[in-house]
Design a protein around this ligand. Sequence first.
Ligand code: 5GP
Length: 237
Amino acid sequence: MENKLLYKGKSKSVYAGEQSDTCIMEYRNSATAGNGAKKAELEGKGALNAEITTILYRYLENNGIETHYIKTLDATRMLVKKVDIIQVEVIVRNIAAGGFSKKYGVPEGTPLKNTVLEFCLKSDEYGDPMMNESQITALGIASQEDLDILKNTALRVNNLLSSLFDRCGIILVDFKLEFGRYNGKIILADEISPDSCRFWDKATGDKMDKDRFRRDLGDVLGAYREVLRRLKNAQQV
Ligand code: 5GP
């Protein structure tokens, strides 16, 4: 029997799992940028992002961060806990780039004196606008207690991922996290991949993430493959 499609996002589809508290997350090859304005099919991207996310979620779980990951089903599909997604994206920045550089007129690559944490409303319709904590609590999207958990967890994830990627010769510039509620607990959900992070090669400064697609830099999947290769090597050490 076909599993019921619950949700189709820009690059992933979510199906009902066999148990009512599970879902099947399928990573597709679709790539989008500019809130869907630019689109392409990149053959193999789904499998690369699924494998990269799996390595990162296993690593985070081994270091005390609970995630929605249960197990891998095949190259592009994983079984995950069915969570209620909290409708804010948490962005962590170690170095100025992307939206931050544009919004505040700060050259890309400028070091930041402290880690920057941002919240954005998850809304394609309104272009994921940045929200402050009082706006989020005022609308009942999350309580202050929830936000404190999101912030603390995001910073722990940043420390863990920054040191892992450093061992891979990759600078973790910034990334986006999503969280969900599961059995009364807040856990990490969605993906962590070159679609949701900025990775710069430590030696050359080359971009190894979705900016290659957003900015037409070419060889998008070559960069994703190289991120995966280095993560696999780091696991063997
Ligand atoms: P920026 O705000 O500079 O565009 O994005 C900051 C970081 O968060 C980047 O690593 C970017 O890939 C990630 N990010 C921000 N919004 C989204 C989103 O809606 N989807 C995904 N996959 N990543 C996002």
